[in-house]
Design a protein around this ligand. Structure first.
Ligand SMILES: NC(=O)C1=CN([C@@H]2O[C@H](COP(=O)(O)OP(=O)(O)OC[C@H]3O[C@@H](n4cnc5c(N)ncnc54)[C@H](OP(=O)(O)O)[C@@H]3O)[C@@H](O)[C@H]2O)C=CC1
Ligand SMILES: O=C(CO)[C@H](O)[C@H](O)COP(=O)(O)O
Length: 466
């Protein structure tokens, strides 16, 4: 029996693609799955690569088929399924073996699992994998959380299967325990915001300016050849060119406008709030998905409240600049959250390196990320991307277009929650003196909470009760 370098448990969309990727790179992989027929079907479909794939129907056989120390990678849903599999496999492993959770997991659970398994002298790695099925198959971006020791063992395998940007593998050890899963969560939060921005721009073009799907596709194709280049813009252009084989209508027009969500966007927002932060663009994107699922209510409200959306007149150049400004701001919100979490959990995240490993393989890969990586290399104040000179200059150029776009949309009754949140955050952050003096006075009046006075130390109260 061949002893495999690594084991992959979970042969769904992502696990099977990762196994094939490893096999293609000459790595012997032990494979297993909860439902056995899936193992057989996978082997049948894997062609020549099957010689590197070693199937096991039982967990004991799967473990016995691995080189020691063992590397066992799970690609299954997070939560109870992962806890259950850890409980089942841990007694079969030896001290020094490693469990890798490569799914999308809540980083709090990852921290707990890492601590539990350390007590059993097992290594645990929480690894975010991005790129969807094609990324996993041909080169994902991978965000690793774990010890230096685990990284030494995993790096050769992961570097060989990762996406590459100018030769640099898009994989890195980002910090201990939950760091990798947290970074993946924020990646997905930015993904939510970027997807929502594209949806809002599509809506303005279609319903505000009466463009057809192929016309919007052509514009997105042009955008995809410049500063707005990104995987998500590219796939959206392709989506908009597709026709429904049943009706002949544009495919986009027969898809129900109710978005799914599996949790990573919501986790990003929750963690931002827990850290005393905010990521309002990501929150807007999560909210928009939630509102989208209230289809019945929206259909009723369209009749009761009136759903007219008036025409807007915006140039393609204005929309492009608005998109660029908003995309920068979404990334800025994500990176400042990474910076805050890094301080709070003492992860010492390298923001420039994170931007670098997002330049290829992952869902949010874009031309902008190369500029962001450069900005973090040049900027001492980590986390505040909007203050990096090159980014501030680009924002200065593009913000008037974002303002014009949001104003036109609001005036004509188009909902643009992510674009609006971008502008509100930008305008809030550029005010040295904001609105919170009123809040502080109100809190003092009703609750004697006190406030700080400008230029004085200590806690003060106003003359309200005299
Ligand atoms: N799809 C994507 O684009 C991405 C997904 N991910 C993450 O990767 C992980 C897998 O996702 P994906 O491949 O899309 O999912 P799929 O639904 O395609 O596959 C799920 C896999 O998990 C197994 N599984 C489900 N429940 C259990 C359980 N209770 N115990 C043991 N095994 C179980 C399934 O086994 P069975 O065949 O027996 O049902 C199957 O192998 C998730 O954590 C997901 O969040 C990460 C990045 C991108
Ligand atoms: O991690 C991913 C992409 O990076 C997965 O596709 C994830 O499922 C996306 O999130 P959601 O299903 O909530 O849209």
């Amino acid at each position: 029996m061949t002893v495999a370098r690594i084991g992959i448990y979970g042969l769904g969309t992502m696990g099977s693609a990762l196994a094939l990727n490893m096999a293609e790179h000459g790595i012997d992989v032990a494979i297993s799955n909860r439902e056995v027929p899936r193992i057989n079907a996978f082997m049948d479909a894997s062609g020549d690569l099957s010689k590197r794939l070693h199937p096991h129907e039982t967990l004991a056989g799967f473990v016995a088929g691995l080189e020691v120390p063992r590397l066992v990678l799970f690609m299954i849903p997070s939560g109870d399924a992962m806890d259950e599999m850890i409980t089942r496999i841990a007694p079969l492993l030896d001290h020094g073996d490693m469990i890798i959770d490569a799914g999308n997991a809540d980083f709090h659970a990852t921290r707990r699992r890492a601590a539990d398994l350390a007590r059993q002298k097992l290594h645990f790695v929480g690894m975010g994998v991005s790129g969807g099925e094609q990324g996993a198959r041909h080169g994902p971006s991978m965000m690793v959380g774990g010890s230096d020791h685990s990284w030494q063992q995993l790096a050769p395998v992961l570097s060989s299967i990762a996406a590459r940007f100018r030769g640099d593998p898009c994989v890195a050890l980002l910090g201990p325990d939950g760091a990798g899963h947290f970074v993946k969560t924020v990646h997905n939060g930015i993904e939510y915001a970027d997807m929502q921005l594209i949806a809002e721009l599509h809506s303005l073009l279609r319903y505000g300016m009466a463009w057809t799907p192929p016309e919007v596709a052509d514009l997105f194709t042009v955008w995809n050849d410049g500063p707005l280049q990104s995987y998500l813009v590219g796939i959206t252009a392709n989506i908009l060119r597709a026709s429904d084989p049943d009706t002949g209508h544009p495919m986009i027009d027969v898809i129900k406008d109710s978005a799914g969500q599996k949790g990573t966007g919501r986790w990003t927002v929750i963690e931002a709030l827990c850290l005393g932060q905010s990521a309002t663009m990501i929150e807007a994107a999560v909210a928009a998905r939630s509102w989208s699922s209230e289809k019945d209510t929206r259909q009723t409200a369209e009749t009761v409240l009136g759903g007219a959306r008036l025409g807007v007149s915006l140039s393609a150049e204005t929309l492009a600049d608005a998109f660029l400004a908003a995309r920068i701001l979404a990334h800025a919100q994500g990176f400042r959250l990474l910076s805050e979490a890094s301080d709070h959990y003492d992860w010492q995240l390298d923001l420039a390196r994170i931007a670098e490993i997002w330049r290829a393989g992952c869902i949010i890969r874009s031309a902008l990320l190369d500029d962001i990586a450069a900005a973090f290399h040049d900027t001492p104040k980590h986390g505040e991307l909007i203050l990096a000179p090159v980014i501030a200059e680009r924002l200065g150029h593009a913000i008037p277009a974002l303002r014009e776009t949001v104003a036109a949309a609001v005036h004509a009754g188009h909902a643009v929650p992510a674009l609006s949140a971008a502008l509100a955050w930008y305008d809030s952050m550029r005010q040295g003196f904001g609105t919170a003096n009123i809040i502080q006075a109100q809190r003092d009046v009703f609750g004697r909470h006190g406030f700080q006075r400008l230029g004085q130390s200590g806690v003060h109260h106003g003359p309200w009760w005299d």
